[in-house]
Design a protein around this ligand. Structure first.
Ligand SMILES: [Zn+2]
Length: 354
């Protein structure tokens, strides 16, 4: 049983100690549900291993505060342990510290200045088709509606606007199969792939400014596949390329750009996730940046679920304790002082004290 009256760092440790690798979040979702259900100011619903808790105070605006319950696979880093200001363990930074802050807010702030929907969801660290937020958006889209959303993914305590899009394409060369003893009879597809690599090496990624934030793109080969046998001239080679692009482009723009960059090659899109604009021109986002971020915000480079809110028409930012660079590492930790600071700022904002 989770004790929501305990210190936010202790609560984070308790959350880490309930293992919740993707697909295995039931125990943690049960714990979250039973901790929130008794609170009289919240209505709690459940969808699979996602838990949604809402206030219904008739406020003018509704804020969605979301976080995922799952972690990447554990590598001898559970249970959690404390060393000075550091809380070590799988999921400390990504993102049980953020979830602990959500739970503290849900329990402490019974009369927030905005209505709040707290969303805790499953399967963020795996294939997008399994994502609990995506499932919620289909099963119960109303549960995600709001004027502004905050995803409490680790941002080192800085507000990060929007997110970059990601697209994977297979760029293919074809040739003609032959016995390698008579290679002049064939056409080597792997050799041709050198041209694709030349294009990538010569490529200069953009650093566009979108709504005042500077994004930074990247176009990279992430794998190469080709070859038939040790004595065969290969007739096919595929270079897998990942394009990370700024939110001034749509997925269609990104695809068109890649087709242009790889003119003359066969290009097939294998995976695509849309970017999200920062949305910092929205009044609630601007107020949040002033109150919680002391006026500062920066661009988010990685793809996050803010994009799903953006698709639902809800402007969203990332803000949470924990260093994102430590996410998914064996030595993952979150700074205890930073978790407490995030709690304090969010409480201040939701109670109107900041
Ligand atoms: Zn995460």
């Amino acid at each position: 049983m989770l004790d929501l009256t305990s210190d936010v760092a202790d609560l984070t440790a308790d959350l880490v100690d309930i293992r919740s690798e993707s697909g295995d979040e039931k125990a943690l979702a049960d714990a979250v549900e039973s901790a929130l259900s008794p609170l009289p100011h919240l209505t709690v619903t459940r969808d699979g291993d996602a838990v949604v808790a809402r206030t219904a105070l008739g406020r003018e605006r509704r804020i969605v505060i979301a976080g995922h319950l799952d972690t990447v696979p554990i590598v001898d880093n559970v249970p959690s342990r404390v060393d000075g200001d550091r809380l070590y363990g799988c999921g400390t930074t990504d993102m049980k510290a953020g979830v602990a802050v959500q739970l503290k807010l849900a329990a402490l702030v019974s009369e927030p200045v905005h209505d709040v929907t707290y969303v805790f969801y499953d399967n963020e660290e795996v294939d997008a088709s399994r994502n609990g937020l995506l499932r919620l958006s289909r099963n119960d889209p109303a549960s995600l509606h709001g004027d502004f959303a905050i995803l409490m993914e680790p941002t080192d305590g800085v507000i990060e606007g929007g997110c970059q899009g990601t697209m994977r394409v297979d760029v293919k060369t074809t040739g003609k199969r032959a016995h390698s003893a008579r290679s002049w009879m064939g056409e080597n597809a792997i050799h041709k792939a050198g041209e694709i690599l030349d294009v990538l090496r010569a490529y200069t990624p953009r650093q566009p400014e979108v709504e005042g934030l500077t994004f930074r793109e990247g176009l990279n080969a992430v794998s190469v596949e080709g070859g038939v046998a040790g004595n065969v001239i290969p007739d096919e080679c595929v270079v897998r390329v990942n394009y990370r692009y700024a939110p001034d482009l749509s997925p269609a723009d990104a695809e068109a750009h890649l087709r242009e960059v790889f003119t003359g090659f066969e290009v097939a899109v294998t995976d695509s996730a849309a970017p999200a604009r920062p949305g910092l021109d929205d009044p609630s986002a601007a107020a949040f940046v002033t109150a919680v971020g002391e006026g500062r915000a920066r661009a988010k480079f990685g793809w996050t679920d803010v994009s799903r809110f953006s698709e639902l028409g809800v402007p969203a930012v990332n803000y949470g304790p924990g260093d994102p660079m430590l996410a998914h590492t064996r030595d993952e930790y979150a700074k205890i002082s930073q978790i407490r600071e995030a709690e304090e700022r969010m409480v201040g904002w939701l109670t109107g004290r900041r």
